[in-house]
Design a protein around this ligand. Structure first.
Ligand code: SF4
Length: 363
């Protein structure tokens, strides 16, 4: 029989927790808190909620100590807030959703701490999220910021030095608490001031998720997504496309949104996007701007493709060959491709690209 990780018999309404000297602001409409005495202000923690298991557990450990928890999560064109919303519902805490798109686009240009295996600038991203949470902490009268980070769980962003960097470079410093690994980390200010009971925090470390899953069972948390599933920047295939876009075209929102659509090829200086099914063909045709070319086979079923108006004749020809390759062509027969461009409509008769050419151009 294993020891209980959290004392289930502990009282939700803590005694012996000191209150911050006049620091708790009035609760906003919709915010909830657990107050530890009828006359006192509550300790209020702003908890970063990704929606994953770790952030849920970290928030729950604070709730178990009678601390008023407010969740905060970040959304962007690379990740959404759905999992965090679900987690907040499950924890029964209010959730603040902050748009992070411009911040993460700026950091993708030159992340100070580099990228992970894909195009994920995780250390910079953590720092920016914690920094913003620190601003909210100060503006709204929270006493601490809490995250679900676990020491050494992720090789890039959760080793001891990275955790220190996040705390110091975010400006949150000693007010940043990691409840799941707190006992392995230096004591933070909320622990020193007895706002949080360090004895009831944990010492999780490493990549194994078994302790978290055991704790989740113990706390009755059943609904949580698989780890690292929610951020497109960690997807190797998506990262390859994004890297190519950054190198050749820059990171503007419309081309980034198009990265999820269709097959992508680099032909000379231009990107060619070829639909994978009827829905994508329709989407490409709808999205095509007047300054772009639209290609599609005229007489046989096949995909639509778009490429920029600045394409040279050679690039246009290669794009047509690639597009034709995905049509119902007859071997050895030319395909008549309709080309709609800024200067009108015309036809190109071409032979579909060979598989080697397709693979050499694929992004
Ligand atoms: S996985 Fe994505 S959202 Fe999470 S820290 Fe890394 S870059 Fe940011």
């Amino acid at each position: 029989m294993t020891d209980s990780i959290v004392d289930k018999n502990s009282c939700l309404f803590l005694t012996g927790v000191r209150h911050p000297p006049g620091s708790a602001g009035a609760l906003r409409p919709g915010e909830s808190s657990v107050v530890n005495s009828s006359s006192s202000k509550p300790i209020r923690a702003l908890c970063l909620l990704s929606g994953g298991l770790d952030s849920q557990l970290a928030a729950r450990l604070l709730l178990e100590q009678g601390i008023a928890v407010q969740g905060v999560t970040f959304t962007s064109i690379f990740f959404g807030a759905k999992a965090a919303e679900q987690a907040a519902r499950q924890l029964d805490v209010p959730l603040l959703i902050e748009d992070f798109t411009s911040t993460i686009l700026a950091m993708l240009a030159h992340p100070k701490h580099g990228f992970g295996a894909g195009m994920n600038p995780c250390i910079d991203c953590h720092i920016a999220m914690v920094r913003r949470s620190g601003e909210l902490m100060r503006e709204r009268g929270f006493q601490l910021v809490s995250t679900g980070e676990v020491l050494n769980q992720r090789p890039m962003s959760q080793h001891r030095q990275a955790l220190q960097q996040v705390a110091s470079e975010s400006g949150v410093g000693d007010y940043l608490l990691r409840p799941l690994s707190a006992k392995l980390l230096p004591e933070t200010e909320p622990e020193k001031r007895n706002w949080v009971d360090r004895a009831r925090l944990l010492a999780f470390e490493g990549r194994s998720r078994k302790p978290q899953m055991a704790l989740a069972r113990e706390l009755g948390i059943t609904d949580y997504p698989q780890p690292a599933g929610g951020c497109l920047l960690t997807d190797p295939a998506y990262g390859k496309r994004l890297k190519d876009l950054k190198t050749h075209e820059g990171l503007d929102i419309i081309p980034i949104l198009r990265l999820r659509l269709g097959r992508h090829f680099r032909v000379g200086a231009v990107r060619v996007i070829v639909g994978r099914n009827q829905a994508e063909n329709q989407q490409l045709e709808k999205e095509r701007q007047s300054a772009e070319y639209l290609l599609r086979p005229r007489d046989i079923p096949g995909p639509s493709a778009i490429l920029p108006a600045g394409a040279t004749e050679d690039e246009l020809q290669q794009a047509a060959e690639i597009c034709a390759r995905y049509s119902d062509f007859l071997a050895g027969q030319p395909v008549l491709m309709e080309v709609q461009g800024p200067l009108g409509r015309r036809m190109l008769a071409i032979l579909p690209a060979m598989p080697e050419m397709i693979e050499s151009r694929r992004i």
